[in-house]
Each structure stands twice: as C-alpha cells, then as structure tokens.
Design a protein around this ligand. Structure first.
Ligand code: PMV
Length: 326
C-alpha cells in the first residue's frame, strides 16, 4: 500500500517592518507567486530489511539525494535533514515503523535571498506530515509547529515568514497580531543583488546597535512602525514610504554600499526601491510601472545584479496539490 500527499506554500516579501518586527513592532508582509512544492509518500517496503527504516529525500533543484536509516540517525546532518527528522519524530506515533518514507522537494523560491524559502520548506514539511496523519490541513497547528522548525534554522525568528507562508494573502504581523489585509502592489519588481546575506548576522548587528544606542534605536524602530502603519492607511504614498523605510533600515546598519548605489541609480529614474528582509545583500523591491524588466536590467548593468522578476503578491498560502512536477 502506498499513501501520497502533496502540498505547496508561497515565498514572501516584507514590504515594511523587517527587523522592527523582531522587537514586537508591526510589519507588513505579502505572499508571492513563487512556491515550494513537497511530496511525501509512505509505502510498504516489499524487500523490507528489519535493520533499516528508510527515509529517502530528493531535492530536485540541487539534485541532492539522501537516504537515511531512521534507526541510526545522528546530528551531523544538514539543517534541512535535521528539520525533517524533527518533524518525523513529532509525527512518528502515527506512522508505521514498517514503512518507508519518501520526500521530494521542488522550489521556485531562490534560497538565502530573503524571500522566505526556508519558511516555505518548514510549512510544507509540517503540512505534508499533518495531511498524511490527519487527512486535512489545520493552518494554526501547522504554523505553530513550522515556527519550531524555523527556530532550528534561524534561532528565534519573529515568526513572520512561516505565518505568511501558511496563511498567504497579505498580513499586518507582530508577535501578538496577525491581521489579513487586502493589500496588493502591482508592478512590484524583485531585484536579487546576488550578494549573499545572513539573516542571523544582520539580526545580531541590529541587536548590538539597539543595545548600544537605546534611545536612537527605539526611535528608529518606532519610526519603522509608523512607516508600516502609513503604508496600510495611505497606500497612495507607497513610493515615499519605500524611500523612508530604506532610510530607516540604513540607520539601523543593514544596508551596504552596493545596495545604496543600486537604490541611488534607480532613484535617478524615479524608481523607489528598498531592502526586503534582513539586508546586507539579498533582495531589494522596487515599484515601477514605466520600466520593463529589460530596461531595469539595462539601468543596473554596472551593478552586477543576479536577476529581476516582477511578481504577483497576495497569493494563496499552504494548500494541498494534486500533482507534483519534479
Ligand atoms: O530572512 P529574511 O531576509 O526574510 O529576514 C527576516 C526578517 C527579519 O525581520 C530581519 C528577521 C525576523 O525574524 O523577522
């Protein structure tokens, strides 16, 4: 007998409030039309060997294959595998120890660019096991457990990434608030600087800044929250608010000269752009209705950016799929 479940969940863009959200402030976040797909199959092993209980994992994007004996697991695995084992252990009382598990992953979300790839992975992982064991998806339970997986990846994140990947649409999010919004931006371009970034390093850098400059730090965090509230109340001011949010993030120390220079080049053509996510590299978002992708690429030809993509925002969160395309 073979049981298969397939789910997908989206990546995200933080429109405003990154970093401040770590300190309990409100942030504005939207899901994007790039998804991660995961398939989990539980099957009877015909040639089952009693000394082996296998978990096979295939990451199609990187062409990595793992075969893990669940009776002999150790902690030198990569974070993704540790996350899978953590969730397997959570659900194992529902699973037969005579069966083999196969997981396949395919993602449209670039890794390590601040677009929520790890959260989409965490949400899909929990979603797959939940669906296999309970035959339905419960967003609240899945989101809570996906947060624990995110803690394996990132320490103590704010929870914004797993929440938007689970629920989809757009949200005003804080550690105590999760409110759906009808907030959509058309003509939103993601500019991947191609500069590697570390969320943990940026969060640590902001922590040191806020600890050493308490009054100024608190003021910047409050100003970021005001900027977020204004984005929601006055979406017609979004261009100026992108510029304001970027200035505030720069004051927190998470911009870098390469990013400042890209933003300056775009500003000269009246394109408002800002960091999205942790900063220090990764992706920027820009608003433009007058420039095509190729025209922006041309404008930024001296900046060695990795890619530009216009994306849909405010899409569906975690959902069950009927097919898995590898
Ligand atoms: O990992 P990123 O680039 O999506 O950034 C996450 C957003 C932060 O506010 C910097 C951290 C957090 O936990 O919210």
């Amino acid at each position: 007998m073979k049981k298969t479940v397939i789910v997908s969940s989206p990546g995200k863009l933080i429109i405003g409030g990154e970093h401040a959200v770590v300190y309990g402030r409100r942030a504005l976040v939207t899901s994007i039309g790039m998804r991660l797909y995961m398939q989990l199959t539980e099957e009877d092993k015909q040639d089952y060997e009693s000394t082996k209980q296998l978990l096979n994992i295939v990451f199609h994007d990187t062409n990595k294959h793992y075969s893990i004996n669940l009776l002999d697991s150790h902690d030198s695995y990569s974070l993704e595998i540790q996350a899978i084992l953590y969730i397997y252990n959570h659900f194992k009382s529902f699973l037969s120890d005579k069966n083999q598990l196969n997981i396949q992953v395919r993602s449209e979300i670039p890794i390590g660019a601040g677009l929520g790839s790890s959260a989409a992975f965490s949400v899909c992982l929990v979603g797959c096991f939940y669906l296999l064991c309970y035959k339905k998806l419960n967003q609240e339970d899945i989101n809570q457990l996906a947060y624990k997986v995110e803690c394996l990846f990132h320490g103590t994140p704010s929870g914004i990434d797993n929440t938007i990947s689970t629920y989809g649409q757009s949200l005003v999010y804080s550690r105590t608030l999760k409110k759906h919004l009808d907030f959509r931006l058309s003509n939103l371009a993601i500019i991947d600087t191609g500069i590697p970034k570390s969320t943990k390093r940026m969060v640590d850098l902001v922590r040191v800044f806020v600890e050493n400059n308490q009054i100024e730090g608190e003021k910047i965090l409050n100003d970021i929250e005001i900027c977020v509230d204004t984005m929601i109340e006055h979406p017609e001011q979004i261009n100026q608010l992108f510029q304001r949010n970027q200035q505030l993030l720069k004051c927190l120390g998470v911009s870098i000269p390469e990013i400042d220079s890209i933003i300056q080049t775009l500003a000269e053509k009246n394109i408002s752009a800002q960091i999205t996510g942790a900063g220090g590299g990764g992706c920027l978002i820009a608003l433009t209705s007058s420039f095509t992708k190729d025209e922006i690429l041309d404008l930024l030809k001296d900046h060695h950016i990795k890619s530009i993509q216009f994306v849909e925002c405010g899409v569906e969160g975690l959902r069950e799929e009927q097919t898995f395309v590898s």
